[in-house]
Design a protein around this ligand. Structure first.
Ligand SMILES: N[C@@H](CCC(=O)N[C@@H](CS)C(=O)NCC(=O)O)C(=O)O
Length: 241
């Protein structure tokens, strides 16, 4: 079936860690959705036409309604598709608090390990693009110097996950996967895709490595593809709700 005005369209790219967080939530909820692949660097003319200039990934589109930022996307998915809840086995605030940790502190450690370890992802065009985005130098040499220390930061934080899982629970909140799992997992996935050194750190935690397999096993729901042109046409032909 082709995408239409009711379809969930996720503007993303496969190696985007924040997209992986949303893809896992789509998996937890068992939803049908369409991936609309966007470029990793600017220009992104179809995306910015939808968002009014926001260039980051992921962005969710349902008809002409556009949701920027993974937190807002996940909140909207929870509102529209409450069952199963991303808060199952947890209170509603805890997952968001954990996500703030994973999206900032844990993510920064993962980024330093990945880019400080050398990755083909960081070619000249990518570095220039990210420097324009942040207005700061993309300091590969600084990240290289910080990588060993950040690997230890990463190790310490994975230790918290190991501790949480040490009573034999399947997922971070308990029997059912939720926001905390999606949020922690995407950082490990990003490291796995790009950093053999980081993988060694993950593998040193047996409980975390086993949990990671369980989260990967949830999958991403039912994914189909939609082109950027078709996604834009859907928005043009629809009124915002
Ligand atoms: N707070 C945002 C962060 C999103 C983010 O930083 N995404 C990265 C890719 S994972 C990005 O867009 N990088 C710049 C780009 O792709 O243009 C969220 O949670 O969605």
């Amino acid at each position: 079936m082709a995408a239409n005005a009711q379809s969930i369209i996720l503007h993303q790219y496969d190696i985007s860690p924040f997209s992986e967080k949303v893809r896992v939530v789509l998996g937890i909820k068992g939803l049908d959705w369409f991936a609309c692949d966007e470029p990793v660097i600017m220009p992104k003319p179809e995306l910015t036409a939808l968002t009014g200039g926001y260039r980051k990934i992921p962005v969710m589109q349902i008809g002409a309604d556009i949701y920027c930022d993974s937190q807002i996307i996940i909140r909207e998915l929870e509102r529209r598709f409450p069952s199963p809840s991303i808060h199952a086995g947890s209170d509603n605030g805890t997952g968001w608090g954990i996500a703030m940790w994973t999206d900032r502190v844990l993510f920064q450690a993962a980024v330093a390990i990945i880019f400080g370890g050398g990755t083909p992802l960081a070619d000249e065009a990518f570095i220039k693009d990210r420097e324009k985005l942040t207005g700061r130098p993309f300091d590969i040499e600084g990240m290289k110097a910080a990588a060993p220390m950040m690997a230890e930061q990463f190790r310490a934080q994975l230790g918290w996950l190991e501790e949480q899982l040490s009573d034999g629970r399947a997922f971070l909140p308990g029997d059912n996967p939720g926001l905390a799992d999606a949020s922690a997992f995407y950082n490990l996935a990003f490291v796995r895709w790009t950093s053999p050194n980081g993988v060694k750190v993950i593998e040193s935690f047996p409980g975390v490595a086993a949990w990671e397999k369980r989260v990967a096993g949830i999958g991403h729901g039912n994914r189909q593809e939609v082109s950027r042109e078709d996604a834009l046409d859907i928005a043009k032909a629809t009124a915002s709700t």
